[in-house]
Write a protein that binds this ligand. Sequence first.
Ligand SMILES: Cc1cc2nc3c(=O)[nH]c(=O)nc-3n(C[C@H](O)[C@H](O)[C@H](O)COP(=O)(O)OP(=O)(O)OC[C@H]3O[C@@H](n4cnc5c(N)ncnc54)[C@H](O)[C@@H]3O)c2cc1C
Length: 400
Amino acid sequence: MDLRYGPEYEVFRRELREFLTGWPLSGDEAALPQAEQERIFRGRGIDAGYVYRETPEAYGGSGQPSDPLRDRILQEEYGRAGAPGNSLFQGPAMLVPTLLELGSEEQKQRFIPPTLRGEMSWCQGYSEPGSGSDLASLQASARLEGDDWVLNGQKVWTSNADSADWMFGLFRSEPEASKHAGISYLLIPMKQEGIRVRPLRQLSGAAEFFEVFFDDARTPAENIVGQRGEGWQVSRSTLKHERNLIGNPRMISDQFDRLLALAREAQVGGRPALSDAGVRRRLAEIEGFVRACETSNLRMLSASIRGEEMQVMLPMMMTKLYSTDVTQMIWKLAYDLLGTAGLTDCEWAPNYARDSTPPAVVQNYLFSLGPAIAGGASNIQRNIIGERGLGLPRDPRPPS
Ligand SMILES: Cc1cc2nc3c(=O)[nH]c(=O)nc-3n(C[C@H](O)[C@H](O)[C@H](O)COP(=O)(O)OP(=O)(O)OC[C@H]3O[C@@H](n4cnc5c(N)ncnc54)[C@H](O)[C@@H]3O)c2cc1C
């Protein structure tokens, strides 16, 4: 199998590597706050045609033609350089593609450029206490009153709700309609009296999720994406982009390399962990999945170069499912290798296991449990793969 990308792409890679030598910033710029440095370098990436490639220039992107191979090279090289490329935050990664697909011209002009520049931040208001997997049962309401939507109810597990300027969220606007038909997709300013945000403390000690309470909160009538009562279709677009975000094979290979480094240093029963048969068996099993992720990703790449959308869809659905499982396996083994030492400082633990409190391995293990739930739990993903990917009979559903 010839995995080379061809001369044109190797020139592209060389030029890109040259550009990426500009990160980290140097001189006076190196003294700026980290977020400001990232903003500057991302701006340079847009000007050079490397960042937000396919977003039209009129909305603040690079306006380049679609090219899956260039996208892959960018992902590889930005990852290698640890440089800020396309932001993975909810605004740029989920809302912007949704607006490009389904937003009005006014919404595109108003919201996309500041979101890409990092001047407008977003959170996603979908889940509610009684509505997660069965999202269409959501109850938070939107009532049109004069020129405003008036919002009441509660959202939960809202990542970054404390810092976000805006929320893209789903609200029931037609209480009489069937559950999928009565929802609208609204853009809501977060800093207002009718919105209260309360942190949820996680197992890791951090509070990255929030409950959001709406008590006669308001947003102007024009801040609806798509038609009134058709928010469900709009939300499908955002969810597709969210699921595609989860499961980058390069990240999984990097994590596996870190696990191997740990296995070389850690001790099991007074001997190097790598010489233990049980550890070797688990490593071999994980490596099988890691290499399968890489191969599957290459197959998707070949299919998308050939424009075979159907050949891309099924492996893409599967990527979220197995990449989240593999990530959990990697960090679970790392956690087991560290044992109680993972909770404290210890001589042989590599730096990355010692640098934070609790140490990064423990933190990564606890975090790895989340992506299998976020953006649709694994069981739901299995249903989607079975029904839409493999054409199996539909799961029985309660009447809507
Ligand atoms: C890291 C992280 C970040 C998140 N960020 C956000 C955010 O920013 N905004 C937001 O709106 N939400 C967010 N969420 C919430 C997430 O979307 C929900 O947790 C998810 O949709 C599952 O809903 P639930 O927690 O209510 O679980 P439930 O839907 O109650 O599911 C519980 C269990 O039942 C299973 N189950 C449910 N229905 C079925 C079925 N039909 N068939 C088989 N099994 C089933 C599920 O697989 C799961 O194991 C986040 C979650 C995580 C973990």
